[in-house]
Write a protein that binds this ligand. Sequence first.
Ligand code: FES
Length: 158
Amino acid sequence: MAQNRTFKFTNPQRVEKILSQYPDKRSATLPLLHLAQEQEGYLTSAAIEAVAELVEIHPGEMMDTVSFYTMFYTKPMGKNHVQVCQTLSCSLNGADSLVDHISEKYKIAHGDVSQDGKISLVKVECLGSCDTAPVIRINDSNYESMTVEKFDKIVESI
Ligand code: FES
């Protein structure tokens, strides 16, 4: 996990709004983790502790939650964060070849960031567009019916 330092939400109104939407504070865990990650790009141990305190659970339990979900990161990701769906439709339609290509080209494995900081790679569960498999997500955009050639063109253009 990233080194510890202080963390404070820069938008306390959003925190209050999220908390107000749930009768049980614990239910606000995922939205608050997303908000913390949005603020810093990843979840520091201080951010995880801050969210744990807000929803009144033990930081260790919060860490279990963070490590369970592939969409949370405890270290900085690349400028272009690539998520490759590994669920059945995508897996059967070439997702493994995409992962191999990205891994070889940028010398990274799942969870790594390229040495120049431009690309990071994670394998994720279904991205919700199974009929256009294989699907990848780069930062906030999904790309469907992906091939190695299409991937290289997209990365060149961003
Ligand atoms: S299986 Fe890949 S998007 Fe659903």
